[in-house]
Design a binder for this molecule. Structure first.
Ligand code: XMP
Length: 514
């Protein structure tokens, strides 16, 4: 991959979207943090054709405002500042930014004042999406105002000669009319990019890079059967073949037949050098008597590391560790306004491996969005069953057994979960749901079967719709389908005499119960 547009992230919730939009134009774009600007843009081999300064929650006048390296203005690379980015440009060139008398938020009418390469093929009046508390009061010397809002606030200015453009509104959101066109004008006309990036090329190049980087050394990865770790493993496998050892630590909390499925797909179907390690007994041992959810997660995480380290040591000399980190993992923290990339989901990452292992990390998917990872999976020939798999927590069904984990309880949840899935699938509901599962409650209730009184377990069915799991709403599964699931579970699973359906959204609940 050669040319790219770099988006410098000042913490706007829309930053990722800018890169997304540009990739949709088949031009490669990546988000970087302000601290990394010199490193990325300074190198002569960087092929940066354009720089976008994102929006951000702060005021450029506040003492903790994040600045940007002045280097960007001396490189003769076209620059587009959006919102906070606009104000940074204004301040850098001695313009004045003030707190707005009238805040503009939401749809705002804008008038184009002057012809500009940025506004090619745009009508004179458009509605745009605004979200700002500051505005540019005094334009920098030598710049020209090219658009203003209905409130006579500066909506755009530029130094056309230097190819520096500034916009107060967010072109990346769909609410801005002609937003894509304005971005295209910047990317193609002003930066001179070509539409040549594709995921197919990306895969070919990335495999080649990995091959060069790892050379004749060996690599190891932990495979969970989830989409990200699988796609990462298959990609590295294409680069170095059997010199990648994929380890599936079976903690005993996978769903019914899951380990066998992964083994079949990965080893037989995709030819991966996969080692399945049955560690279920040791996991069960360390969880004996543990009922506290956090303690469960902690012990599972530690045990996972122990089992993985043991396998790594057994495997002999290995220099690289492959991880399925994706874009959202990397920049999640930046969206909250932090200027450093650091927090990789902690409790969500059971595969979080210790630094002492002293392995170099390879993250082939680090710059990709979730749907791009799925696309790449398809390009690599990974079966749809894996690519469309529902999210599944690292600690598995252990966090779906409330209270102590025993073999009997694992069996109940596993069977009930399989039945619920089967019923949903048979009735065409699986693809309508983001995630569905069964939770075993730590209580018993009275029931009656035949003429006999029973005292059995209660299981809860959970199904939600969500985008990325941050919020969720419970799925309105038709009652006859819930009825079928309930009937089958109580008929087929000994010890369960009651089934309830969880009708709580996130928030206030979470998706999982623990
Ligand atoms: P919650 O329960 O926090 O879950 O609403 C949000 C999403 O994250 C998944 N989840 C996990 N994933 N390791 C993971 O890989 C974990 O420890 C973990 N805990 C929750 C959950 O299944 C849902 O999709």
């Amino acid at each position: 991959m050669k040319e790219k547009i770099v988006v410098i992230d000042f913490g706007s919730q829309y930053t990722q979207l800018i890169a997304r939009r540009i990739r949709e134009m088949k031009v490669y774009s990546e988000v970087i943090q302000p601290n990394d600007v010199d490193k990325v843009i300074g190198s002569s081999s960087s092929h940066v054709k354009g720089i976008i300064l994102s929006g951000g929650p702060r005021s450029v006048n506040s003492p903790d405002a994040t600045d940007v390296s002045a280097q960007i203005f001396s490189k003769e690379i076209p620059i587009l500042g959006i919102c906070y980015g606009m104000q940074l440009i204004a301040r850098h060139f001695d313009g004045k930014v003030r707190s707005s008398e009238k805040r503009e938020y939401g749809n705002t009418a804008v008038k184009i004042l002057k012809q500009s390469s940025l506004f090619k093929a745009i009508p004179e009046k458009i509605t745009v999406w605004m979200s700002h508390g500051d505005d540019v009061r005094t334009l920098p010397k030598g710049s020209v105002a090219t658009a203003e809002t209905e409130n006579r606030v500066c909506a755009a200015f530029e130094f056309s000669e230097e190819k520096i453009y500034a916009l107060q509104f967010h072109v990346e959101v769909t609410q801005t009319e002609y937003g894509m066109q304005i971005l295209k004008n910047f990317v193609f006309d002003i930066c001179g990019c070509e539409s040549s990036w594709s995921l197919e090329n990306f895969v070919t190049n990335r495999i080649q890079n990995i091959r060069e980087e790892i050379g004749n050394e060996r690599a190891i990865c932990a495979l969970s059967g989830g989409v990200d770790s699988t796609v990462a493993a298959v990609m590295v496998n294409r680069a170095i073949g059997n010199r990648l050892l994929a380890v599936l630590v079976d903690h005993g909390f996978m769903r019914k037949e899951e380990v066998e499925d992964v083994r079949r797909y990965m080893r037989n179907g995709l030819g991966l050098n996969l080692k399945v390690v049955d560690a279920s007994k040791e996991f069960l041992n360390v969880l004996k008597g543990v009922t506290d959810p956090e303690e469960k997660r902690k012990r599972i995480g530690e045990q996972f590391i122990r089992a993985f380290e043991r396998e790594s040591a057994r495997a002999g000399e290995i220099k690289y560790l492959v991880q399925g980190t994706i874009y959202s993992d990397v920049i999640e923290s930046a969206a909250s306004g932090s200027t450093t990339i650091s927090r990789i989901k902690s409790h969500h990452n059971v595969g979080g491996l210790p630094e002492e292992m002293n392995l170099k990390i390879v993250e082939p998917l680090r710059t990709l969005f979730k749907d791009e990872v799925r696309e790449i999976g398809k390009i690599l020939g990974i079966p749809e069953q894996i690519l469309n798999r529902q999210p599944f927590p690292g600690p598995g069904i252990a966090i779906r057994i409330i209270g102590e984990i025993t073999l009997e309880r694992i069996e109940i949840v596993r069977e009930a979960d399989a039945i619920f899935r089967e019923v949903l699938e048979e009735n065409g509901w699986m693809e309508k749901i983001w995630q569905s599962f069964v939770v075993l409650l730590p209580l018993r209730s009275v029931g009656v079967t035949g003429d006999k009184r029973t005292y059995g377990y209660v299981v809860a069915l959970r199904a939600v719709n969500s985008v990325e799991g941050m919020t969720a709403s419970w799925s309105e599964i038709p009652l006859d389908i819930l009825k079928k699931a309930s009937k089958r579970i109580t008929n087929e699973i000994k010890g369960v005499n009651r089934v309830v359906y969880d009708i709580t959204d996130k928030p206030p609940a979470t998706i999982e119960w623990e």
